[in-house]
Design a protein around this ligand. Sequence first.
Ligand SMILES: Nc1ncnc2c1ncn2[C@@H]1O[C@H](COP(=O)(O)OP(=O)(O)OP(=O)(O)O)[C@@H](O)[C@H]1O
Ligand SMILES: O=C(CO)[C@H](O)[C@H](O)COP(=O)(O)O
Length: 311
Amino acid sequence: MSRPIILGIVGDSAAGKTTLTRGIAQVLGPENVTIICTDDYHKYDRKQRAEIGITALHPDCNYLDIMQQHLSLLRTGQPILKPVYSHKTGTFEAPVYIKPNKFVIIEGLLGYSTRTARDCYDVKVYLAPPESLRASWKVKRDTQKRGYTEEQVLAELEKREPDSEQFIRPQRQWSDIVVSFYPPSDDINNTNGHLNVRLVLRPTIPHPDFTKILDFCDNTVSAIRLGLDRDMGKPVDVLEVDGHATLEQVNKLEHLICSDMPYLKNVCNREVNPELGKVAGTTGETIQSYPLAITQLLTTYHILKATQIYQ
Ligand SMILES: Nc1ncnc2c1ncn2[C@@H]1O[C@H](COP(=O)(O)OP(=O)(O)OP(=O)(O)O)[C@@H](O)[C@H]1O
Ligand SMILES: O=C(CO)[C@H](O)[C@H](O)COP(=O)(O)O
């Protein structure tokens, strides 16, 4: 059976969904990827939301039924007429006709909030940076790109907190991989551009055999660590990659991910692909790091595995 492979990327506002989506699309080849942002399924525009006193995070503020219908259609390779919400103006624009490519990435706030929606994905990622980092990302992005002042963004974050807690964070439990970029120290302004990543790997999909890491890393002090933990009560593996890991360490880890994937082997080769782990953030800056590269590769690994079954 041939059908598009669907990747979900869910998380709170400014958690880095669009940024990661772009990085993965780069690895897969942008011409092969259809990207859908579920903000387009908002029920009310910015002015109406303010008048009603509802936040964009509330399920009642979104046409989740239509989002679900569209997900099901995309999964079977059928086209949709997608609504369009503009963050620039805070209003809706004319809908667009979309025929899915080989890979579809659905990124947004409430993508895992219903059972029917969840059943449509092949791979589910949840982004969970520490809240202080997310807030700083949101202030920067919304003041530079969405016409807000810093005070407005901070007030909005406070207003949204109950909905984040009730509707957004619980979706973490449905993900196959939880991705948390985090600063090496508590000072989020002093990262030297080097964020670490913590990848929570649930046994809901078969991950590459990372136990070989233990052969080449001293797990307590190394910049790459593998461990066991619990996430939302369930046992998980945890892979951590520090921003200051060396190329040699990262190459070994990448080899574990890419060795049985001919397509990924080329992607991993930094001579052939110097852009690995590099992405343009949504405020125009260039972000490049080993933790981002590993996150992109692991996610792509799972998309390609799904391809072997369904395409
Ligand atoms: N991995 C990362 N490393 C460094 N900075 C990042 C990373 N991911 C995101 N950012 C920063 O955070 C900002 C917000 O990220 P992004 O726009 O991708 O979030 P989002 O989850 O798509 O937000 P929204 O749902 O509100 O549209 C970016 O403009 C970028 O500056
Ligand atoms: O949480 C968000 C996800 O991007 C946005 O704030 C939401 O989509 C509403 O958009 P805007 O703030 O541009 O009115």
